[in-house]
Structure formats: C-alpha cells, structure tokens
Ligand binder design. Structure first.
Ligand code: FES
Ligand code: FES
Length: 158
C-alpha cells in the first residue's frame, strides 16, 4: 500500500507517494526524474546507485524509502551542475576520468563521501573508498588521479 512521505532531496522537500519499502533508487529516477544514480545490479553489489544520505554513501537500490524520511539525500545532481561544477566534477573532466560513464555517478558520490570525512585522502584511502564501486571499463586509475587533483594533491598534467 502506498504512503505519502516527505524526502529532503538536494536541499528541497519532495513529497512522494509509494509503498514504504520501495527502493529509494526507483523513486529518485522514476518519480523525481533524477537520473544520475543508475540501476546496475539491484543487489547492493556494484555501487552504480550510490547517493549521499546525511553525507554518507548509501546504496539507493538497497535502501527503502521509509529509512530515508527526514534525512538529507544528495544525488549527483545536487553536487553541482554544468554551470557550476564541483571541484570533484571538474577534476573528473580534467582527468578525462570516464569511458562509457555508466559507473561514474556512483564513483563521484563515493569519492565525495570520502572527501566529506577525509578532506585530503591518501591514494590508498581513495582506492579503498572506491573499491566497492565496480567499473567494467577499468577506469579506476583515472578516478584516483581525479580525486587527488580535486583535493589539491596532484600535479596538473598537460
Ligand atoms: S545497483 Fe545498487 S549496488 Fe548495484
Ligand atoms: S566508465 Fe564504463 S563502467 Fe566505468
């Protein structure tokens, strides 16, 4: 049975009507038209659906709506936009850190969660933080470089 819940998404209150056990990912993509978070495995194993809940990485395919009510949810759309990119988003562009791009929203969210708790992460910390985000294109080396760049820890290369 559907319930009406109020979610705080990217700084805005959003009323949604859905069964409380609906995965957050479905509501973000289908009700709120926030398409950055992706459906990958649907089983909590790939990281493509990552969003921030209270600043922490959360797998939205595996998180029911009822657990999100009243909490601050941030999707990639809330981290920046084409007119005002975040430092992390700009660094991913500068490092050309994407191939097909399917995993990249989840990678950016996981990297932002890391930076939220560790503003200048080491390379080992970045690798560990991104370890649970799968990338079939094998782009992790560039992701690590981009996070180092975004946190002011890498030399700018031509
Ligand atoms: S789609 Fe959520 S972890 Fe894979
Ligand atoms: S860039 Fe293609 S899956 Fe990661």
């Amino acid at each position: 049975m559907s319930s009406t819940l109020t979610l705080q998404v990217n700084g805005q209150a959003q009323q949604v009507s859905a069964p409380p056990n609906t995965p957050l990912l479905y509501v973000l993509r289908n009700d709120l038209q926030l398409k950055a978070a992706k459906f990958g495995c649907g089983l909590g194993q790939c990281g493509a659906c990552s969003v921030l809940v209270e600043g922490r990485r959360t797998l939205s395919c595996d998180t029911p709506l009822w657990a999100c009510e009243g909490k601050a949810i941030t999707t990639l759309e809330g981290m920046g936009n084409p007119d005002k990119l975040s430092a992390l988003q700009q660094a991913f562009i500068d490092e050309q850190a994407a191939q097909c791009g399917y995993c990249v929203p989840g990678i950016l969210v996981s990297a932002q969660a890391l930076i939220n708790r560790t503003p200048k992460p080491t390379e080992a910390e970045i690798i560990q933080a991104l370890n649970e985000n799968l990338c079939r294109c094998g782009t992790h080396t560039r992701f690590v470089r981009a996070v180092l760049r975004a946190t002011g820890q890498s030399q700018v290369t031509a």
